[in-house]
Design a protein around this ligand. Structure first.
Ligand SMILES: [Zn+2]
Length: 463
């Protein structure tokens, strides 16, 4: 069974290998010198695919070559490539050892020992005070793990269910007897349900076939149908949660530009102003960092997922090599496109065991298709609203504000987000005028106002 699935995976990968990379490895290496961002994206994709097939074959030379490429392109695209750096280092040490592990071992380590398709949550509803969760497969003995947490700080008693399953989109659930109830993808393969209450509850649960029923002695309410992200319509601003992610921080300074201005400082300043403006308009805002602190890329979206954010907005600044510094300027907003994300996730499959586990190779819809389709459209809309609002806010006061456009790209910081997610490049800190503006408090203020307007515009249209 397992061998069969692995064979299938290999077959799929070889098809992908012929369809996807339009670039050869050496072409990709040449494009490292390019200043064209989409060129670098393509190179990054190519290195990722090359890494995928090389590590599956156990070809260390090609793996190292691809890893070097991933690190080089990743650095230019604001992608956290630290895990690849350590893989590269690990490869080095393996080579020194006399007894290097056989390639087959590497394969199973690089891919995954388990290619089981995941149980998916199909439906969740209240039925007379009981919460009923329906999955598409039978719940096994070890699929539900229940535990309690006592009161701590402002938090009430928490009753936690960790369920070995995946969620196709985020759910908003409410019950008048509960302080809060959350249902979110806690880990790639673990769904977490938390019932939070100010008083002690008597929680019981039962599994029957593909249904989990939770009883907590709550008053009898019945929800007409699944409460999903679509019915957030009536929520007010306060209930809209925005996570703003100032890029880089701490030991990772990001790009350095004109007058040694640092990306990490400029993006934090703009992000903080944006947060203040949104809060003043009633929104709930969280920042992945509010000071000069290093945060791993994956923890940024993880944080947004944990906060059940409605939007995730990552703020970065652009840079080019010195010889192009005078030419390159302008504001750009990125989102993950379907094609890009498909590619990105295919490559991600080797990295992230859980993602491979979550893929149903036999089904029509892969885990990621289900996860992404509506989210990508929403991300694109958000990107358009942010970009246009920023431009109009800045143009009200400044001349020569360049529209770099709304673009698609495989920014890994966006991949894990379970909500519409975009990345704003506030401008080129290598361009003397743009950098000077970006460094000024007034410009930052207009920029932040534009971003806040963009968020409002988005919600106004997509409530
Ligand atoms: Zn950056």
């Amino acid at each position: 069974m397992m061998a069969k699935r692995l064979t299938l995976l290999f077959a799929m990968l070889s098809i992908l290998a012929t369809v996807l990379p339009a670039m050869s490895l050496s072409e990709a290496e040449r494009s490292l010198r390019s200043k064209n961002k989409s060129e670098i994206f393509r190179a990054y994709d190519t290195f990722k695919s090359a890494y995928l097939s090389a590590s599956l074959k156990g070809d260390n030379t090609q793996t190292r070559r691809a890893l070097n490429g991933i690190v080089a392109t990743g650095n230019r695209l604001h992608i956290d490539v630290s895990s690849y750096k350590s893989k590269l280092q690990a490869l080095g040490t393996v080579k020194k050892k006399k007894t290097s592990k056989p390639a087959t071992k590497k394969v199973s380590k690089g891919v995954t020992p388990k290619l089981l398709s995941q149980n998916r949550l199909n439906d969740v509803r209240w039925n007379e005070g009981r919460l009923i969760l329906r999955f598409d497969k039978r719940l096994g003995k070890q699929d539900v793990n229940y535990f309690k947490l006592g009161k701590s700080g402002s938090k009430g008693y928490r009753y936690v269910f960790d369920i070995h399953a995946v969620l196709d989109h985020s759910r908003a659930l409410k019950h008048r007897d509960l302080k809060r109830i959350t249902l979110a993808q806690y880990k790639p393969a673990t769904l977490r349900l938390v019932l939070e209450s100010n008083r002690v509850l008597k929680v019981r649960f039962s599994k029957r076939s593909n249904t989990l029923t939770v009883r907590a002695g709550l008053s009898r309410v019945t929800s007409p149908k699944t409460v999903s992200s679509g019915s957030k319509a009536q929520r007010k601003n306060k209930e809209k949660i925005i996570v703003i992610d100032p890029g880089h921080g701490g030991k990772d300074g990001g790009a350095v530009g004109y007058k040694k201005y640092r990306e990490k400082d400029i993006v934090l300043a703009i992000a903080a102003k944006m947060a203040a403006k949104l809060r003043a308009r009633g929104y709930t805002v969280y920042m992945t960092r509010s000071k000069d602190r290093f945060i791993r890329l994956r923890n940024r979206t993880r944080y947004a997922n944990k906060k059940r954010a409605d939007l995730f907005i990552s703020i970065h600044a652009n840079a080019v090599p010195k010889r192009n510094a005078k030419k390159a300027y302008g504001i750009e907003t990125y989102f993950l496109s379907p094609s890009r994300s498909k590619r990105a996730t295919n490559a991600a499959a080797t990295e992230n065991r859980a993602e491979v586990e979550d893929m149903d190779f036999y089904g029509k819809n892969t885990f990621l298709n289900a996860l992404n389709s509506e989210k990508i459209i929403a991300s694109h809309k958000l990107a358009i609203d942010l970009q246009s609002s920023v431009l109009s806010s800045l143009r009200a006061r400044y001349k020569n504000i360049k529209d770099g456009g709304v673009r698609e790209g495989p920014f890994w910081v966006l991949v894990g987000a379970q909500m519409p997610a975009v990345l704003v490049e506030v401008g080129f800190i290598t361009h003397s005028t743009e950098a000077t503006r970006l460094h000024s408090k007034t410009y930052q203020d207009y920029f932040a106002r534009g971003l806040a307007d963009g968020v409002e515009r988005y919600f106004a249209k997509n409530r």
